[in-house]
Design a binder for this molecule. Structure first.
Ligand SMILES: [Zn+2]
Length: 430
């Protein structure tokens, strides 16, 4: 192995995906097992466990891991982990399987058995427990009290809605993953396993690699963030979400095309690697920022770029809460708690302030480098860009590169159904 950061957890890449004869035998066995239907989120989590993206996780969380994770960002054994990775099932399904029994996890979307799992524990997710999870995971500085949080979260927070709509029982246990779904074919050349990105970084001779998380088309701010990272690291890994988004978001294939065009025209290609990962957004802001750093460590990245309102939605989180959480949680408490080598999170944040184009600076700048006033700045946000394009209005100068806007305009002109895009405080520069 080269000098890349080791995978999280101290156990190397833990991959639950079977191959060859073992895979064929398990597939055959799975046909005879009780089938439990899974949600798109669970499907993404399974693939990540399959390819080692969620190392050291090798199954869905037991109650003790879930609870300690919510409260302390740690698994029961003291390993850092910031977000629940759980499998929900209806009471009827849960009652029909015994602890110790093996089940098949079926994806209704792709009509495919994704994995088998040995059920080691069943635990109830009552309304109170779901509420507890939501308040721990999704309640940020954007709301002062739980009462205030719930008033808006019920209707406006897709992550909260996802948890509250989960079925009544969580099933825990180790998984054997049988498929990566259609990701390897649908996103050929983009979808990447951690062992693949690590190999590329090693061949490039890189040690310090920064990851850029992307779920929106790349605009000038993203480009600037990447270029800052390239200046201080060996290279940048532009890592796009190719799992599910919310209505109104732009499909992965269009976003990938935008990145290709941008890299070709505005980057030195030797310093950029593009990849995709199969997760759904959880919209957990700061907690998700930590999760992003955790799985990027598995992909071989030592730094995670965290800008303004990372993985946020609406106004639920403070603008830089996903940066400050790295100071509050892992590094202060982890030295005491994570005594076992590998248990602590090693991937560090690359914190970058609010960036924008400034007419007086005559270039990209941030709140740390530009002394001018609001009127001189072109505030950039993915939400504003999508809204402008969706409504066919003029996109302000310096917002995006012409080559990229061209691709996006073409995509929007082909849409028959329009989704209204809501602007929130952060997007409007309030
Ligand atoms: Zn300026």
């Amino acid at each position: 192995m080269g000098h890349l950061i080791p995978p999280h957890g101290g156990k190397g890449l833990t991959c639950c995906l079977l191959e060859g004869a073992e895979l064929e035998a398990e597939k055959k066995k799975a046909e005879g097992l009780k089938k439990i239907s899974i949600s798109p989120r669970v499907k993404g989590d399974l693939i990540m466990m399959g390819i080692g993206g969620f190392s050291p996780l090798t199954g869905f969380m037991a109650k003790a891991d879930w609870k300690r994770g919510c409260e302390e960002f740690l698994l029961e054994d003291g390993t850092f982990w910031p977000i629940p990775v759980t499998l929900d099932a209806s009471k009827e399904d849960a009652d029909s399987v015994n602890t110790g029994e093996e089940i098949a996890l079926y994806d209704p979307e792709g009509d495919e058995i994704m994995a088998t799992m040995k059920v080691t524990e069943k635990y109830e997710m009552s309304e109170a427990e779901k509420t507890f999870e939501c308040e721990k995971i999704f309640m940020g500085e954007g709301t002062a009290t739980a009462e205030e949080f719930w008033k808006i979260a019920k209707d406006d927070h897709p992550g909260v809605q996802m948890v509250m709509n989960q079925k009544e029982i969580n099933l825990a246990g180790p998984v054997k993953v049988l498929s990566e779904s259609d990701y390897p074919t649908k996103y050929a050349g983009i979808y990447m396993r951690p062992e693949e990105s690590r190999k590329i970084f090693e061949e490039n001779g890189w040690t310090e690699v920064a990851a850029l998380q992307l779920r929106n088309p790349m605009h000038r701010s993203h480009e600037y963030l990447c270029k800052i990272a390239i200046e201080v690291c060996d290279g940048v890994f532009i890592h796009s979400l190719v799992g599910n988004l919310k209505p109104g978001d732009i499909p992965a294939e269009v976003r990938v095309k935008c990145i290709d065009t941008l890299v070709k025209n505005y980057f030195v290609e030797d310093f950029v690697v593009q990849g995709g990962y199969p997760l759904d957004m959880r919209y957990a802001g700061p907690r998700e920022g930590l999760l992003h750093a955790t799985f990027r460590q598995n992909y071989g990245c030592s730094r995670m770029i965290i800008g303004r309102d990372h993985a946020g939605v609406g106004d639920f989180y403070g603008m830089f809460e996903a940066q400050t959480i790295f100071d509050k949680i892992p590094y202060s408490s982890m030295e005491d708690v994570c005594k076992v080598p590998g248990h602590a999170l090693l991937c560090k944040p690359l914190k970058i302030d609010w960036t924008f184009y400034c007419h007086k600076c005559d270039g990209m700048a941030s709140l740390r480098t530009c002394p001018h006033s609001k009127e001189d700045r072109v505030l950039l946000s993915g939400t504003m860009l999508r809204k402008g394009l969706s409504e066919g209005s003029e996109i302000p100068d310096h917002f995006g590169r012409d080559e990229v806007l061209e691709i996006l305009r073409e995509y929007y002109s082909g849409l028959t159904e329009k989704v209204e895009i809501k602007l929130h405080g952060a997007a409007t520069g309030k």
